[in-house]
Design a protein around this ligand. Structure first.
Ligand code: GUN
Ligand code: ZN
Length: 468
């Protein structure tokens, strides 16, 4: 069916019911997340975080925005950061002494697919064939709520075992998959932004919704989960080809109707996809315009990839405060292209980092950063460890409007943390020992490190993963 015929055949959109229980809470404007008041912990380690974007200048050990506090104590009260100090706290504080280890804010993965652990590392295809051959069949299994529950737990535990404590996540089209993800995130106290996938065409029939079911399921999920614990709802348009115009319009209306909700999708990832979008939406100026004309581009819009954007697209993203979730591992693995980080940022658009598993080949944000370095090297640019680490922590938090909650050791932020060893094997140990500057040391860790370097993760000051 052509796009125009689909538009004619689309049923008239229903009215979107408003939330009935007073104003929606915006995650980030909430009291501290903590079940047990008065909980305290002091952690001794090398503390590294950022107060601002370090930019593209040659990195030094005193680069702007870098906050390096070696052998300091991080004080946590009621799940939030209460302070940082050089001296040991008084004897009333429970302590963990990890001197000689590196403590970072927990990583933020701004684009990752819960049901795709099963298809990570699948051979031989580019985006559109990969979706059909591997991804859609895997996602079909999430029609079963038991598969959803097991998949959500496995997925979030895997994130924590990679030092990632917050994520913007695609479940599947099934309402049960979003339910399971939110419930599992709430049980772990994690900050997760997600929503059921909207896709009403160009996918196996069992993996499509309808205008009516999409609206009903979205509204029910928003009212149940948005603003609860540390969760937020994202209207999750899979990508333009799998939504009719009517469904894109529905997503735009839902985004406008529910303040504080996010929108996530894919844009301009692969050239074959671009050609298809141009055929499906002949009146759109560009791929991004397909979303923009339905009101889907705003300050809470997270668009994965953005490789094949033009200057007008980048300016539009900047005007609306939307962000690109750069997914270098996926872009290399699927052969999609080399994202122009500097042009995107020069236009005023934030760039965060994302694993995009299972297009991406690792949940590790270290590996993602290393791939980002290689992508930029292919473009003739050099990505410092500072720039990459900022994008995976505070930069992502700022782009999501959550910098008062996550991404740094600022007093008041939730104590979502990851504790790392600088080297996990003989090769990175010898490289680490040879480093003569802080940046050299961290750049080697970024290039060689992965989840094997992780010692522990903490969510809201509570231990959520300890390496065996
Ligand atoms: N475009 C539409 N769906 C997907 C997906 O699951 N992964 C990636 N990388 N791109 C997509
Ligand atoms: Zn993706």
């Amino acid at each position: 069916m052509t796009a125009r015929a689909e538009r004619r055949a689309a049923p008239k959109p229903a009215r979107i019911p408003r939330a009935t229980k007073g104003p929606l809470r915006v995650p980030g404007d909430r009291p501290p997340y903590s079940a047990d008041e008065g909980r305290r912990l002091a952690i001794r380690a090398d503390l590294l975080d950022f107060t601002a974007d370090p930019g593209w200048e040659t990195p030094g050990d005193a680069s702007p925005g870098l906050r390096w506090r070696p052998d300091h104590w991080l004080l946590i009260e009621q799940g939030r950061i209460a302070g940082v100090q050089r001296e040991a706290p008084d004897a009333t504080w429970p302590t963990e002494d990890h001197r000689g280890r590196l403590l970072l804010p927990g990583f933020i993965d701004t684009h990752v697919h819960m049901p795709q652990l099963e298809v990570i590392a699948s051979y031989g295809t580019a985006l559109l064939d990969w979706l059909e051959t591997y991804t859609f069949p895997a996602e079909l299994r999430y029609a079963d709520p038991q598969v959803c529950a097991a998949g959500a737990s496995r997925f979030l535990d895997a994130l924590l075992a990679h030092g990632t404590t917050s994520a913007v996540v695609f479940p599947t089209v099934h309402k049960a998959s979003a339910e399971a993800l939110f419930a599992a995130a709430e049980a772990r106290g994690m900050r997760v932004i997600a929503g059921k996938c909207l896709m009403d065409r160009h996918a196996p029939p069992a993996l499509t919704d309808t205008l009516q079911s999409a609206e009903r399921d979205s509204v029910e999920l928003i009212e149940r989960w948005h603003g609860r614990a540390r969760l937020a709802y994202a209207h999750t348009v899979r990508f333009a080809p799998t939504s009719t115009d009517a469904q894109l319009a529905l997503a735009g209306r839902l985004l406008a109707a529910y303040p504080g909700t996010y929108m996530q999708t894919h844009v301009a990832e692969h050239r074959d996809e671009l050609r298809w979008v141009a055929e499906l939406f002949p009146s759109a100026r560009s791929y991004l315009d397909v979303y923009d004309r339905e009101g889907l581009i705003g300050a809470r819009s997270v668009l994965a990839h953005g490789i094949w954007l033009d200057d007008a697209d980048r300016a539009l993203l900047a005007r609306h405060g939307a962000q690109i979730a750069h997914s270098p591992s996926s872009n290399l693995f699927l052969g999609s292209g080399l994202m122009d980080w500097r042009a995107t940022e020069a236009a005023g658009t934030s760039v965060s980092l994302a694993s995009d598993v299972g297009g991406g080949t690792s949940l590790s944000m270290w590996r993602t950063m290393a791939d980002a370095y290689k992508v930029q090297a292919m473009r003739g640019e050099r990505l410092s460890a500072w720039k990459a680490l900022h994008a995976a922590t505070r930069g992502a938090a700022v782009a999501l409007g959550l910098e008062r909650e996550i991404g740094s050791f600022d007093v008041g932020c939730v104590a979502d943390l990851a504790l790392w060893q600088y080297a996990a094997g003989p090769v990175d140990a010898v490289r680490d020992a040879a480093a003569t500057s802080l940046h050299e040391r961290l750049f080697a860790l970024m290039t060689l490190g992965d989840e094997r370097n992780l010692l522990a993760s903490y969510v809201a000051g509570r231990s959520s993963y300890v390496a065996a």
